[in-house]
Write a protein that binds this ligand. Structure first.
Ligand SMILES: Cc1cc2nc3c(=O)[nH]c(=O)nc-3n(C[C@H](O)[C@H](O)[C@H](O)COP(=O)(O)O)c2cc1C
Ligand code: SF4
Ligand code: SF4
Length: 247
């Protein structure tokens, strides 16, 4: 089983390709955590595919990985493929610690950066180039998984990055600065796309109904008319999601 979480589609793309190339099935962690899918069943291989957030785990992945029923059903070979804009630091070690097991195989997968609330995502050409390299890298990773290779990443610098960066995630994942501007058509896509049930359409416009969310940036990047903003800077920035890139 391949368990994945994805905000803007990179990790979903990777998980679907890995599942196809390793003869497995990919399951959305958000669907499971929100009670829409059972996790029971024995497995030989268990994979985790998700984006790194602040050098660590998305909150929903941490919650899922610390769930005792997940631990009980882990396979004999456990791997993680963590997507990032630049570096996953020691997010893989954090996953192992949260699961309470050793991870047999860990890979860092560089994909287009999506964190528009902090910086301008790559141009379409740059994103296409990164995605093409990532696609080749996934083929190599699948080969490793199919051969059950053991790969453990190490590095003190990675540990330091995770130790310092990850605690800030909980401070920055507030929703207070999200709003929809006048371009909003009330289509409801942001509510449907949110993996954290943090958005509700009220009087034809989205409202952020939780104080904190995953900060997966699916809403702001997927809005068809780019109506969602976060604070003052995002109106000048590009948007990135794999769905738009494919068009
Ligand atoms: C909240 C948040 C925090 C992020 N933190 C990091 C980071 O610490 N290091 C990094 O290289 N990329 C970081 N990124 C970039 C994403 O990990 C990367 O673009 C990922 O492939 C997105 O995957 P998705 O499309 O499946 O959501 C961050 C993105 C978000 C939304
Ligand atoms: S996706 Fe965009 S246009 Fe549609 S309701 Fe949300 S903010 Fe409005
Ligand atoms: S509100 Fe937006 S950023 Fe937060 S979890 Fe939902 S889709 Fe992701």
């Amino acid at each position: 089983m391949v368990f994945y979480f994805s905000g803007t589609g990179n990790s979903h793309y990777a998980a679907a390709k890995i599942a196809a190339e390793t003869g497995d099935i990919a399951y959305d962690i958000a669907e499971i955590v929100n009670g829409r899918f059972p996790t029971n069943g024995k497995r030989d291989v268990t994979g985790f595919v998700f984006p790194v957030y602040y050098s660590g785990l998305p909150e929903i992945v941490k919650r899922f990985a610390s769930d005792s029923s997940t631990q009980l059903n882990l396979g004999v070979y456990v791997y993680s493929v963590i997507t990032c804009g630049a570096s996953i630091a020691s997010a893989d070690k954090l996953l192992a610690k949260t699961l309470g097991v050793n991870i047999d195989y860990s890979a860092q997968l560089v994909m287009p950066d999506n964190y528009v609330v902090m910086y301008n995502p790559s141009s379409k050409d740059e994103a296409m180039e990164t995605l093409s390299a990532a696609s080749n890298e996934i083929d190599r990773i699948c080969n490793d998984i199919n051969e059950r290779r053991i790969v453990v990443r190490k590095g003190v610098k990675n540990d330091i990055a995770t130790a310092f960066m990850y605690p800030t995630y909980n401070l920055f994942r507030r929703t207070g600065k999200f709003y929809a501007d006048d371009k909003c058509t009330g289509c409801g896509k942001c509510e449907r796309f949110c993996p954290d049930e943090a958005i509700k359409i009220k009087d034809g416009k989205p409202e952020w109904v939780k104080k904190k969310c995953q900060h997966c940036v699916a809403c702001i990047n997927s809005c068809p008319v780019e109506a969602i903003q976060f604070g003052k800077k995002t109106s000048e920035r590009r948007r990135y999601c794999i769905e738009k890139l494919a068009k």
